[in-house]
Design a protein around this ligand. Structure first.
Ligand code: TXA
Ligand code: MG
Length: 337
């Protein structure tokens, strides 16, 4: 474990100095800074290229720290926290005012989670002994592009914007982002709790924990974003679209004519073409989710004319994946108008 211990101290050292750390979580890599340090938080927005009106998720090591951040802690929040923390759930709660104004973008609520990844958790525990213990961290990618799940993809995405004193925590098997998709965000401030972003934890799991129905908001982080502006998200630079099984049978060869085309599909297509590269995607949603962003990031470096992913099944297990793929398509859709 010595490598891990020294990487944790290095990461915490950067946080204490007000620098940034790209660190693995069980969902995706986060780009973290001390949430009580205004300058550090401002740099997160700058490095990510994110508009400053979109608040960041706060990562903390334990429930005691969550309670310091929150104005009032309800029974619904308590139930969800007990069931899913540490883990891939983010709760939107009333802001107690402890963190920098930039991290909450001046809103009356904050988004907070306790991650379960061993590196993230140990880093937060050590940082709570030597500093605030509260790390503001969006996903470690340039705004609107594909999230990252390994150190190489973080480097490709952010190296031109980071300083020498910032840290990118290296990937190893212990540091893998085992879910590969972002946390589920739940807002319990109304009578009907609302899922603001579908994620690893499913709607049915939230409902059975709370014992009541919850709704899904159509636009991620809706209250913080102007309508439509967050629709392009998780999106590669290369033209990307989903394709149905019947379109694969009918239109695939026509679509390949534009140039080198990659198809990720669930069964080998009948027709082939010299421009076409085919790979079979995992049929298990958990494995698909784990691979999704690293696949998209590596395909985005391949100089392809078009990336095609076969539409996944329409059931709850694939909900978060379909959400990300639909938003990823929007860069191409927007160009058409
Ligand atoms: O899995 C995750 O949640 C990852 C890892 C690093 O923890 N983080 C992540 O952060 O996905 P980010 O910044 O890429 O997405 C945060 C989302 C944004 O859509 C933002 O609008 C929303 O959380 N958000 C943050 N604070 C909020 C608040 N007070 N109310 C509603 N939405 C909020
Ligand atoms: Mg993100």
């Amino acid at each position: 474990m010595p490598k891990l211990t020294s990487e944790i101290s290095k990461a915490v050292d950067s946080l204490v100095k007000g620098k940034l750390v790209a660190f693995p979580t069980e969902t995706v890599y986060g780009l973290g800074g001390d949430a009580t340090n205004e300058d550090a938080v401002r740099r997160i927005y700058k490095v990510k290229g994110r508009p400053t009106d979109r608040p960041l998720i706060l990562h903390v090591p334990d429930l005691a720290t969550v309670k310091k951040l929150v104005l009032n802690w309800t029974s619904s929040e308590s139930k969800l926290a007990n069931s899913f923390w540490p883990g891939p759930l983010t709760l939107v709660v009333k802001n107690g005012g402890l963190i920098s104004k930039s991290a909450s973008a001046g809103y009356e609520t904050i988004a907070v989670r306790i991650p379960s990844h061993p590196f993230a958790l140990s880093m937060l525990e050590l940082f709570s002994k030597t500093g605030s213990g509260i790390v503001a961290a969006p996903s470690a990618n340039r705004f609107s592009f594909v999230s990252t799940t390994n150190a190489e993809d973080v480097e490709m995405s952010l190296q031109n914007y980071l300083d020498k004193a910032d840290t990118i925590v290296s990937s190893n098997s212990q540091d893998e982002c085992k879910f590969g998709l972002e946390s589920t965000i739940v807002d319990c401030s109304n009578d009907t709790p609302t899922i603001l972003r579908v994620g690893v934890i499913k709607k049915s799991e939230i409902e059975s924990c709370l014992g009541k129905p919850v709704r899904i908001s159509k636009v991620e982080g809706k209250r913080q974003n102007s309508p439509g502006s967050s629709l392009i998200h998780y999106s590669p630079r290369t033209a990307f679209r989903m394709i149905s099984n019947s379109e694969i049978k009918k239109d695939l060869i026509e679509l390949c004519k534009e140039g080198k085309t990659f198809l990720w599909c669930f069964e080998r297509p009948v027709h082939i073409h010299q421009n076409l590269i085919v790979e079979i995607a995992p049929s298990c949603s958990v494995e698909y989710g784990r691979q999704l962003y690293s696949k998209l990031n590596s395909l985005d470096r391949e100089q392809l004319a078009l990336i095609l992913f076969e539409e996944p099944p329409k059931n709850e297990n694939w909900n978060a994946i379909c959400d990300r793929l639909e938003k990823a398509e929007n860069r191409l859709n927007t160009k058409k108008f």
